[in-house]
Design a protein. Structure first.
Length: 380
């Protein structure tokens, strides 16, 4: 096969919407209204409509979104924030930066998301927030998490950087958009995310008017009236060019999700028949928008990864080291063995190319290489 394989094909995606995107960018540039232009408000409004969130505050990136969400809760140094150790570092980084104490709860071996059956035991008098991570494109068990959080009067911030466009259906039949269920939701528009811009970007969701006002204030130097600062804030903005690009791409987000789901179904069909490989589990109540397509291997993951690298097949290991065993976070006193499910997953997972431009030919090629690599890895 003579085609390039990418982990994420942003060039192919752009080619299909080039005229619309180019025009949107040109409009911003010609207006010279680079910061706080009307595109930002327009996009926030459209994203609120799309997700069902009452309020959307765009900001600089997904990490800022998490930090600002925590800042809006008025926590004190030493307050505890629960999250899981199987996620991108940003989730725990902002907890540490604000001098809060990260408390980890292990994940489910199948969905790889926060194990709600272990949540209650981690809650103390100091617990002020829980950050479930909607990993790889699915929504964590929000029904159980909200129930536990509400009983203990703890805030929930959904880290929805990977699952924008997914929905969650409660046992009473109510369906809500990912990121709109907790007290606050956050997302990232990093280029490779499901709704990616052409630079950095992020957003914060809430249904609570008071939190909305506070979040808005924090994003803008704690300033409502110009040069009067009521709060210590940050400078975190989505710029007009990114908002204009995102507003174009938002129209296609459902279509993009469908393309990813179709690609996932083709991978599933291939790999259900391959021994030693587990296809992605589907979380109860959630749709899956496949930010990543992540297989679990019983063994030989590193050998397979080396083989694929040699063969030029892109793939990713998300994540190779659990957060509780990262050098920067060891001083909290975590030890190997503390979160065994996460530790095992870090040795088993491998993510395959997943994007909106995949087709059968590309995937067959990837699958065959992977199966061949698996055989050689297992017989080593
Ligand atoms: C990407 C990501 C973030 C951070 O987003 P940035 O925009 O890169 O700052 C946070 N949490 C998770 C789970 C992510 O995947």
């Amino acid at each position: 096969m003579n085609r390039q394989i990418d982990m994420v094909d942003l060039k192919g995606q752009y080619a299909k919407i080039k005229s619309e995107v180019d025009q949107a960018i040109a409009e911003v540039v010609e207006s010279a209204y680079f910061i706080k232009g009307p595109w930002v408000k327009e996009f926030a409004c459209n994203l609120a409509g799309y997700t069902g969130a009452k309020y959307v505050v765009p900001c600089g990136n997904g990490t800022d979104a998490l930090q600002i969400a925590l800042m809006a809760l008025d926590l004190k140094p030493g307050d505890e924030v629960i999250t899981c150790p199987f996620t991108f570092v940003a989730t725990v980084e902002v907890i540490a930066l604000l001098q809060l104490k990260p408390v980890f709860v292990d994940v489910h071996a199948d969905t790889m998301m926060l194990d709600e059956t272990k949540l209650e035991a981690a809650i103390t008098d100091k617990t002020k927030a829980i950050i479930p991570v909607h990993l790889f494109g699915q929504v964590a068990n929000m029904e159980a998490i909200m129930d536990i959080a509400n009983r203990h009067d703890v805030a929930v911030i959904e880290d929805n950087a990977q699952a924008i466009g997914a929905t969650y259906t409660f046992s009473d039949g109510t369906t809500k958009g990912a990121g709109t269920i907790g007290h606050i939701g956050t997302t990232s528009f990093f280029p490779s995310k499901n709704l990616g811009c052409y630079g950095d970007g992020g957003a914060i969701f809430t249904n609570d008017e008071k939190l909305f006002k506070r979040i808005n204030l924090i994003c803008n130097h704690g300033m409502e009236k110009r040069y009067y600062h009521d709060d210590i804030g940050v400078n975190s903005r989505l710029d007009s060019i990114q908002a204009a690009v995102l507003d174009v791409k938002l129209k296609y987000l459902d279509e993009y999700g469908k393309a990813r789901q179709e690609a996932a179904a083709r991978y599933d069909e291939y790999f259900t028949k391959v021994e030693g490989v587990t296809i992605p589990a589907r979380a109860k109540g959630s749709t899956h928008v496949f930010h990543q397509y992540t297989l679990k291997l019983e063994n030989g993951r590193d050998e397979l990864s080396a083989y694929l690298k040699e063969q030029g097949i892109p793939h990713g290991i998300y994540y190779p080291v659990p957060l509780h065993l990262q050098k920067a976070y060891m001083h909290y006193g975590f030890q190997k063995g503390d979160f065994p499910v996460t530790e095992k997953l870090c040795e088993q997972v491998i993510s395959l190319p997943m994007h909106t431009e995949l087709d059968e030919e590309l995937q067959n090629f990837i699958c065959q290489k992977l199966e061949r690599g698996l055989h050689s890895a297992l017989t080593l």
